[in-house]
Design a protein. Structure first.
Length: 270
């Protein structure tokens, strides 16, 4: 039986982004990646890309060195139950499901199964992701380094020791794109009310966001607050807008939204 480098149970958008990134980075050829999908049509489409495919995820689990669990949290009980008879295989398991703790997986797969939990975000699909990694006790430093290299090929990563940090970080990477999209949408609608086209407003504001974010990363000697002040000339236009944000409690709104997001992450894992 062939031994594959990577297997994906739940080869949806995120799972496919990860393995395509691995292939693109030269970590392994597509033929060394085995994908599970229930849909024969989707299996055929993946096979056309050069990936190996299967309709049996227990076969995948026993045939791969690394197995990515890319399905939704609500499907975990079903999949884990099916994997119980082959739990002695012990591949390196990489879970990208929010709110599913090590303990829940180890109950079935064993405490000696190396598991790395990853909280990615959707920009990973275009190589601009921000992912956070935590390993269980059975996973080695070498295994953590290998998984980190995989996600580094699709953006940036951070590693924490405490599993709870995967909940604490969600507002700032996993859910953050949704806030940015909402911000862009609101600004575009505002721009349209002042005569700009949606296309121009989207392009201008998105590039402003990209440029501002890159300035924050590039200016190690200035904090975001200092960069804000640098744009706000006394008596100018920007300071008027910033005063409105401050008056309406912009920072407090973001803090409350983040707290709600984190609270829900803990609820999902309880």
């Amino acid at each position: 039986m062939k031994r594959y480098q990577i297997g994906v149970i739940g080869a949806g958008n995120m799972g496919m982004a990860i393995v395509r990134g691995a292939v693109r980075a030269g970590m392994c050829p597509a033929a060394d990646v085995l994908l599970f999908n229930r849909s024969a049509e989707k299996r055929a489409a993946r096979a056309a890309e050069g990936f190996a495919v299967t309709d049996d995820y227990t076969l995948l689990y026993t045939s791969c060195k690394m197995v990515i669990l890319g399905f939704k949290p609500q499907n975990f009980d079903e999949v884990l139950s099916a994997l119980r008879p082959v739990a002695n295989a012990k591949p390196l398991v990489v879970s990208i499901a929010a709110g599913v703790p090590f303990a829940r997986m180890e109950t079935v797969l064993g405490a000696d199964c190396p598991i790395i939990r990853v909280m990615p975000n959707t920009p990973l699909m275009i190589g601009k992701g921000a992912s956070v990694l935590v390993r269980n006790r059975a996973a080695s430093e070498e295994q953590l380094a290998a998984v980190r290299a995989l996600f580094d090929s699709m953006g940036v990563t951070a590693v924490y020791e405490n599993e709870n940090m995967l909940n604490e970080v969600i507002p700032y990477n996993g859910s953050a794109p949704a806030y940015v999209y909402a911000f862009i949408d609101a600004m575009v609608r505002s721009a349209q009310s002042h005569g700009l086209s949606a296309e121009d407003a989207t392009r201008l504001f998105c590039y402003s966001c990209i440029g501002a974010a890159e300035m924050v990363l590039a200016n190690h000697d200035q904090t975001p607050a200092e960069l804000t002040r640098a744009v706000c000339s006394p008596g100018g236009t920007t300071i008027e807008a910033v005063h409105v944000l401050e008056k309406r409690g912009f920072a407090d709104i973001l803090a409350e939204a983040s707290d709600k997001c984190i609270d829900r992450a803990y609820e999902l894992g309880s």
